[in-house]
Design a protein around this ligand. Sequence first.
Ligand SMILES: Cc1cc2nc3c(=O)[nH]c(=O)nc-3n(C[C@H](O)[C@H](O)[C@H](O)COP(=O)(O)OP(=O)(O)OC[C@H]3O[C@@H](n4cnc5c(N)ncnc54)[C@H](O)[C@@H]3O)c2cc1C
Length: 454
Amino acid sequence: MPTIQATASLQLDWIIVGGGLSGLATAYVLRKAGHRVRVLEKLQKLDVPAAGLRVPPNLSKIFKDWIAVMKETGGDFLMMHHEDVHKMLYRLAVEAGVTVELGVEVVAVEAGQSDESPEPRVVLASGQVYTADLVVGADGPTSIVRQTAFDIDDTAEPVGVTVLGGIIPADAMLKDPDWSSFVLADEWPIFMGPRRSLCCHPVRAKKEFSVQLFWPNDEAGPDNVGPESWYEVIPTTSIDFTPYAPSIQRLLAMVPFLTRTRFMKRAEELENWSDDSGRIVLIGEAAHPWFPGGSHISSMVVEDAVVFGTLFSHLSDHSQIGSFLSAYQELREARTKVVKQEDITNAQLVMLPYGPDRDARNANMAPLSRTDDWDEGILKRELDVFAEIFCYEAEDAAEEWWVDWGRFSQRAKGQQQQSYQDDHAADAGTHQQMGFMYGAVTSVTGHHSDDEES
Ligand SMILES: Cc1cc2nc3c(=O)[nH]c(=O)nc-3n(C[C@H](O)[C@H](O)[C@H](O)COP(=O)(O)OP(=O)(O)OC[C@H]3O[C@@H](n4cnc5c(N)ncnc54)[C@H](O)[C@@H]3O)c2cc1C
């Protein structure tokens, strides 16, 4: 089913803060629904160092609808390079007519000051101020929109895990007898160690190999702790990998440089994803921070965008905005919570410390190396859960809400409106007969008309 089938009859001006995956995907779907969209992204360019990104079937099937070249992928579990996905969404958004400004840092977002000027203000580091009908904070886990417009301090606490990512050229791996077969295989090898794991996969048609290492800080050493960001790039030689097996050390030595980030947790879940003014809303990791290198975050943020864009493709009246924002949170909050917990459980499963849980996991995995079936156990459960996650259809979820609730309340409102207009017309007739003159009239759709006189 092609994403975003309707064009909104009320088309608004939007500013999206952050041009990461969620910002660009949201911009694209809103634009497809007819809205006018500007994205403000602080990065000067998109080709910054990054590593692999897992694109599960619930995301690859969305990409299949959006991008011709992805059609052949069906709903496969893809292993892609983050930069490729980022640039693909950028191109898609720009070609659809979104304005994307790079190198623009937002320092604050403020709600509109009054009912007469409800438009939020977006303050740039340069001092310039933009306004729009609605502002979307898609600025990631450390969101400045969350901090300024929602007045919520960032309470991030380190979990104690450093995440290192890197890309190895296939040529280098092909020269190593232990590693050459991995770069050519259609597999996703995960090396499980005590309190650490190494997730790998080939990317870019097997010309490169992505590695992502989860490493406890206390063992990685006090110097191996970076900020929670994707912008820190360090030389591979600055890290001491001697606690690892010799073959893993050899693999890691082939990575030219590493990105270093860390796993943080936040004490409070965000209660409301939109602010009190009902004009500023959070999406992607700004609404539900994840953990770096999770398997499901890319699909969750694009699903957010599809649900959001589908709802706003039905916009015909300002009075719907509040219910659309509530519906978006209602549809996405529960799902992202469940999927995040699942992602964390899986990440923990592959880095269990020595002990009974680890032994149980290994015993459960043993049947995988045999050809007979393995109906029970942890991995079977995980795969069943995965199947449920992958079958979700973001657009259907939003359309279902629209058919069950949104359209219904709109119709009810329409009837109210009709009876109001009938009364109003009757009143106007009476008043005209009595020779009264009307001044400014506020229609029931919320539009002000100063020149309507009767
Ligand atoms: C540069 C980069 C590289 C990444 N590499 C990988 C990777 O290799 N593997 C992986 O699994 N995940 C990677 N991620 C994370 C992954 O993109 C996210 O986990 C996920 O896609 C959620 O996306 P998001 O758009 O919600 O948040 P993010 O991806 O964090 O995007 C937020 C965007 O907002 C921008 N931004 C933040 N603050 C401001 C501001 N004040 N003004 C303007 N713009 C602002 C950021 O520059 C960023 O582009 C990377 C993210 C980034 C930003």
